[in-house]
Design a protein around this ligand. Structure first.
Ligand SMILES: [Zn+2]
Length: 329
């Protein structure tokens, strides 16, 4: 572990050791789960997240906790909810507990229980889209603060909770605009705690040096030819060369992790996400095999901060030799 603010560890510790002393308490396990389920039932899935309802829920929670709240819309209809617990030394750099309110879409027929009913089964498992990514973290922040307040704790530094929209589609209208805003600069934030991984037990892992995403599309092109002939330089053939380079690089990175030489956050992860294959030329018929093929391949890359975007681009320059174009998406 590199550096984690002691106050943050304290909050996580409180979460892991929250003892239920009274079934009537606002912090009783039943109430905590009930609030979590309420949040999970709000349909904030793309492409039409109900941000109004999630903002109303969070603002009502702020009221219960006597936290200051404001809703900021850098883009109309995309609210960021910002809560504040003022510290006894507000001039010190503040702590920000960040989370996002949107979730990825759910394919209802692939779920054992409907994804927005927050079903709680007899084993204590809750089924809901966003239960891990990342409404559980949002609620942990709120419940930790609730517990601290019940105990009469007063933070030295001000604590901000930011609930942002649009993370799942790049965060451009949410965290990005917020981080560049005057509002954010004036908060004097010293450390931000962001999302990590949900934990199935009482251990909470701390991560640092999150890698930067690079969503990439490469498009292989080639000459057309008749399906009855063998010919060189087809688009599919060109794409395979790029795929093989990516596959080898991916394996080399994965080997470092498997051998215990590097941690997840120290390598470039690269995953070929999906393929949109075979674009027939309007002047040819598909069944004849005469394709002027363009083959877009969508790739998800995460690169460590030490390597950076430029370094990552250089590493994959070879890939582009076998394809017509590389484009950020
Ligand atoms: Zn997330």
């Amino acid at each position: 572990m590199k550096f984690i603010c002691p106050n943050i560890i304290f909050i996580a510790f409180l979460l892991s050791t929250a003892t239920i002393t009274s079934s009537q308490s606002e912090s009783s396990e039943t109430n905590i789960i009930s609030r979590f389920q309420q949040f999970l039932k709000i349909k904030t899935d793309h492409p039409t997240p109900n941000y109004k309802q999630s903002s109303d829920f969070l603002t009502s929670q702020a009221k219960c906790l006597s936290l200051q709240s404001q809703t900021i819309e850098h883009v109309p209809g995309k609210p960021l909810v910002l809560l504040k617990w003022t510290g006894t030394s507000p001039e010190l750099p503040a702590i920000m507990l960040y989370s996002h309110t949107d979730v990825v879409p759910a394919e209802h027929d692939k779920w054992d229980h409907p994804p927005f009913e927050a079903h709680l089964d007899s084993e204590g498992r809750i089924y809901a889209r966003g239960s891990q990514d990342m409404k559980c973290v949002s609620m942990q922040y709120l419940e930790a603060l609730r517990k601290l307040k019940e105990w009469g704790f007063q933070p030295k530094r001000s604590i901000y909770l930011a609930f942002a929209p649009d993370e799942e589609i790049g965060g451009h209208d949410g965290a990005e605009k917020f981080s560049l805003s005057r509002v954010f600069q004036d908060l004097n934030v010293g450390i931000v705690l962001d999302e990590g991984l949900a934990s199935p037990d009482d251990y909470y892992r701390a991560f640092y040096a999150e890698r930067s995403p690079w969503w990439l599309k490469i498009k292989a092109v080639g000459i057309p030819g008749h399906g009855a002939k063998l010919y060189d330089n087809s688009a599919m053939e060109n794409l395979l060369k790029s795929i093989e380079i990516i596959r080898r690089y991916r394996a080399s990175q994965f080997d470092l992790i498997k051998a215990g030489l590097k941690a997840d956050g120290e390598v470039i992860s690269i995953n070929m996400a999906f393929l949109k294959a075979g674009t027939p030329s309007p002047t040819t018929r598909a069944e004849s095999g005469k394709y002027t093929t363009a083959v877009p391949l969508f790739i998800v890359i995460r690169h460590p901060s030490q390597i950076g975007y430029d370094g990552c681009q250089k590493k994959f320059a070879l890939v582009s030799c076998h394809s017509d174009a590389m484009a950020d998406i």
